[in-house]
Design a protein around this ligand. Structure first.
Ligand SMILES: Cc1ncc(COP(=O)(O)O)c(C=O)c1O
Length: 392
């Protein structure tokens, strides 16, 4: 019998990743429709797959390459950041390619903190952000948002202490779908500059906005370059989640710290994925535009169906990403209700507790994987299940 070593570790206080937990229950109930994981239903552009196929025969694909990313990809990303995000890296930023935006966030936390420091996370937060902060030995300081999940600057300002190192914004937001107005993001960015903090801007859903709402990159504001870390991903826009490619633009003075983290955790981003990413970026944003247009219709169907739940539940309008948050007026524990929805009604959603919503029964509804013909079935099961279980 091997000995079981049991020490107290930094991981003890970190929440279990919720998606595999819910995934386990889903696997026990075949035929479940998942409104759980934040994925899109489409894959990468054909050009990306062809480039990857061709790269297999290039010996360079199989060797270590530049730590920050293939120079051709880094240059292409710098041009994209300039043209689409208004971030001119020549004003004092560096670009680094990472294994997804999750790794960019982990690097950023490690680069700007020491154990015991604090990072401000507006609630609802993205669970991996909270987990990364805790793994780094820091404290996630949770700050409520308003009833439409918009930022409360007054509360953020009040949460700053002499241990605060960064404020995180996610816009468009996971899990709420809220898009923060330019003025709010400017205020956060200015507050960070004035108080000597970093602004971590997660812009993974930059292309997913609806009804004319516009995404704005905080890194484009004047004087932002010195304290703003802007994070992006190909996972959603290019149907690239399994290729693990994300990237960030970060202040030049953090280059040594970022390099230490990258070299230790990744050495270099997967070369074949980078070759595919470059080909995808050359196709460009136009690739996902039709999918975003289709999601706009799906979103209307989802919001209308959820609105019909009337007094049983409420869903603030969400202008971006492919999520909304449903508040069910019940005293039931959200995880228990989520499990019953899977087992009894074959539909999966993620409990709001995973996103820091611990006061009330919230669920994140993810519709990125739905198409017009599957949305009615998925949302129908959710609405029917909630009516049956919560009894109104
Ligand atoms: C807000 C947010 N940031 C980062 C990520 C991670 O993306 P990636 O696949 O690039 O690591 C996600 C994925 O769902 C996300 O929702």
């Amino acid at each position: 019998m091997p000995q079981t070593l049991k020490f107290k570790t930094r991981m003890d206080a970190v929440q279990m990743p919720i998606v595999p937990v819910v995934g386990d229950i889903i696997r026990q109930v075949p035929g479940t429709i998942s409104l759980g994981q934040g994925v899109v239903h489409y894959g990468p552009p054909r050009e990306a797959i062809e480039a990857a196929r061709a790269a297999l025969d290039d010996p360079a694909t199989h060797r270590y390459q530049a730590e920050a990313g293939l120079p051709a990809l880094v240059d292409r990303l710098a041009a994209k950041l300039r043209d689409e995000n208004g971030i001119d890296v020549a004003r004092g930023s560096r670009v680094m390619v990472t294994a997804g935006a999750n790794m960019a966030f982990m690097h950023a936390v490690l680069a700007v903190t020491e154990p015991g420091d604090e990072v401000i996370l507006p609630v609802p937060f993205y669970f991996n952000h909270e987990m990364a902060i805790e793994m780094a030995g820091c404290t996630a300081v949770l700050v409520p948002t308003d009833d439409r999940f918009q930022l409360r600057l007054d509360l953020i300002r009040r949460a700053i202490t002499d241990r605060t190192r960064a404020i995180v914004t996610i816009s468009p937001n996971n899990p709420s779908g809220a898009v923060f107005p330019e003025a709010t993001l400017r205020d956060v960015n200015t507050l960070c500059r004035e108080r000597g903090l970093y602004h971590f801007a997660d812009e993974v859903y930059e292309y997913y906005t609806y009804d004319g709402v516009r995404h704005v990159s905080p890194g484009s504001f004047p004087d932002a370059a010195g304290h703003t870390i802007s994070m992006y991903s190909l996972s959603k826009a290019y149907g690239f989640a399994g290729w693990r490619i994300g990237y960030m633009a970060y202040p030049e003075h953090l280059a040594p710290a970022m390099m230490k983290s990258q070299d230790t955790i990744l050495v270099c981003p997967t070369v074949i994925s980078q070759v595919a990413a470059l080909a995808a970026l050359n196709v460009g944003r136009a690739y996902c535009a039709p999918y975003v247009a289709e999601l706009a219709d799906v979103r209307h169907l989802v919001l209308d169906a959820l609105a019909s739940l009337g007094p049983l539940a409420a869903t603030p309008t969400a202008d971006g990403a492919f999520y909304c948050l449903l508040k069910v007026h019940t005293t039931m524990d959200p995880m228990t209700l989520a499990e019953r929805l899977i087992r009894e009604h074959k539909v999966a959603v993620i409990p709001g507790t995973a996103f820091g919503l611990r006061d009330g029964c919230y669920f994140r509804v993810a519709y990125g994987a739905l198409q017009k013909d599957t949305v009615a079935e998925g949302i129908g099961r959710l609405a029917g299940g909630l009516r049956a279980i919560c009894g109104r």
